[in-house]
Structures are given as structure tokens and as C-alpha cells.
Design a binder for this molecule. Structure first.
Ligand code: NAD
Length: 257
């Protein structure tokens, strides 16, 4: 399938799932806008290399997804938005009574509210263009819960609800809105949790991955960023035209348990 002529904005896409999704969309022919809050030389080089590799236009636009005005400015600055992938996300693990207020606020802002702001800015462009795809990267934690991840689970359940509302408000337009719910994917976000978990349980790396991190993932394998990118490309295909307001789990069976 070709996404030639479409512009995709992927929030939080200088690493991990966002970058993987951007790569698959570019491979399918879409022009891509990469984003993060860092604005480093590497960020711009990443976009330039991606554009050269797949023969598409690839730009990097800095915007801090914790700030409403910057979320909206990202879409405005891109100038077009046929495909919006709301991916930026952070995590903090702590019991509710010890959960730092600023961490709660940051997680709700970046993992949930940013999608409201970018979607609000993108829908008029999609309506004008007569085509649009909103793909929200939720999580298995958008459908189930784990202790000590209150803000993350609340934000991810929130984004699943927001996806449904977006789908209903665009149901009669050629626009769809869906959420992808990954289980564990090996990215910097997950890698960062491994050393502490090794210490906490006095386990080696392989045991931590299999017994702790992938404990709830029946396949005992990480999902890959390429698989998530492929799922996003599928949601942009004509086969997915009537798929809207739903979730697609890419979780090795986690939510079947
Ligand atoms: P990651 O840490 O590799 O990537 C997070 C991205 O978000 C980075 O590009 C980072 O620059 C960006 N980001 C963070 N704060 C930002 C801000 N304030 N403004 C703009 N960009 C910001 O993590 P990842 O694992 O690739 O996670 C990406 C998304 O996938 C998140 O929403 C996460 O919740 C979700 N997810 C990840 C997993 C997993 O196992 N890795 C599982 C389910 C869902």
C-alpha cells in the first residue's frame, strides 16, 4: 500500500516506538514529521537520514508535549496532517501515596492531554483534506491495570476513551481514530526499568526479562517497533476504512489472560 502524498506527524518519535512507526510510515511512502522536546543535531539528522533512506520528505519539529500550546503549534507548523500518531509518553512507578504530584501531572499531560491538543488542531486539516487517520499509542495498560502505575494506567485508559470519542465525532467523515495497545516492547522506556528490577529481585538480566517484565506476556517475547509500525500502516490502509473507535492489542496474548 502507498501512503505517497500523505503527511504523518508522530509525537515523541526520536526513539523507540515513535521512531519505529515513523520508519514504517515512511517506508510506505508517507512524508513524516518527527518530534521530541530536545531539538538536538541528532534529532535533525535522524529526520534527514530517514528522508534519504525512503525517498520521502522528513522533518523534525521540536515541541514539548507537556505544553498545550506547543502540542497545537506542532500541528500548525507541520502545515498538513493526514496521519496523526499520538505516541509521546513517559512512565513513573510508585505507590499512590508516595506518587510525586509533579510526576502525576507530567504523565497526564504528556500521555493523555497532548493527544487532545494535537487532535483538536489536526481534525480541521483532515476534514479539509477529505481523509485522515488518528492512531493513538495506548498500551495493554489502557485495558488492564498494574499496581504502582496509577498515572500511567489512568492516562492510558483515558486515551482509549478519548479515541472512542474522536471516532464518534468523525464517524461520518473519511477519518478514523483507533488505539494500538502494545504489551511490552523493547525500547529505552522498558530498558530503563531493567537494572532496578535486577537489583530489587536479585536476578540476572535474562531472568528479569522472562519472569518479571514478560510475566504477563504469554508469548514470552517482546513486541517489536516494526510490528507496531506495521499495525499503524494497516490502520492507514483501505482495508481499515471501517475500523474506527477501537483498540488493537499487540501484546503477545497479555489481555487474553
Ligand atoms: P521511549 O522512551 O523510547 O520514547 C518516548 C518518546 O517520547 C521519545 O521520543 C521522547 O523524546 C518522547 N517524549 C517524552 N516526553 C516528551 C515531551 N514532553 N514532549 C515530546 N516528546 C516527548 O518510549 P517508548 O517505549 O517508545 O514509548 C512510546 C509510547 O509507547 C509511549 O506512549 C508508551 O507509553 C507506549 N508504550 C510503550 C510500551 C513499551 O513496552 N515500550 C508498551 C506500551 C505502550
Amino acid at each position: 500500500m502507498s501512503l505517497k502524498g500523505k503527511t504523518a506527524i508522530i509525537t515523541g518519535s526520536n526513539s523507540g516506538i515513535g521512531l519505529g512507526v515513523a520508519r514504517e510510515l515512511a517506508k510506505a511512502g508517507a512524508d513524516v514529521v518527527l518530534n521530541s522536546f530536545t531539538d538536538s543535531d541528532e534529532d535533525h539528522k535522524l529526520a534527514a537520514d530517514l528522508g534519504a533512506e525512503f525517498g520521502v520528505t522528513a522533518r523534525y519539529i521540536k515541541a514539548d508535549m507537556s505544553k498545550a500550546t506547543e502540542c497545537r503549534a506542532l500541528v500548525e507548523q507541520a502545515g498538513a496532517c493526514d496521519i496523526l500518531v499520538n505516541n509521546a509518553g513517559i512512565q513513573h512507578v510508585s505507590a499512590i501515596e508516595d506518587f510525586p504530584i509533579e510526576k502525576w501531572d507530567a504523565i497526564i499531560a504528556i500521555n493523555l492531554s497532548s493527544a487532545f491538543h494535537t487532535t483538536a488542531a489536526a481534525l480541521p486539516m483532515m476534514r479539509k483534506a477529505g481523509w485522515g487517520r488518528v492512531v493513538n499509542i495506548a498500551s495493554a495498560h489502557g485495558l488492564t491495570a498494574s499496581p504502582y502505575k496509577s498515572a500511567y494506567v489512568a492516562a492510558k485508559h483515558g486515551i482509549v476513551g478519548f479515541t472512542k470519542v474522536t471516532a464518534l465525532e468523525t464517524a461520518e467523515d473519511p477519518i478514523t481514530a483507533n488505539a494500538i495497545c502494545p504489551g511490552y516492547v523493547h525500547t529505552p522506556l522498558v530498558e530503563a526499568q531493567i537494572p532496578d528490577t535486577m537489583k530489587k529481585y536479585d536476578m540476572d538480566r535474562e531472568t528479569v526479562i522472562r519472569e518479571v517484565i514478560l510475566d504477563r506476556q504469554p508469548s514470552k517475547q517482546f513486541a517489536t517497533v516494526e510490528q507496531l509500525g506495521g499495525t499503524a500502516v494497516f490502520l492507514c490502509s483501505s482495508a481499515a476504512e471501517q475500523i474506527t473507535g477501537t483498540t488493537i492489542s499487540v501484546d503477545g496474548g497479555w489481555t487474553a489472560l
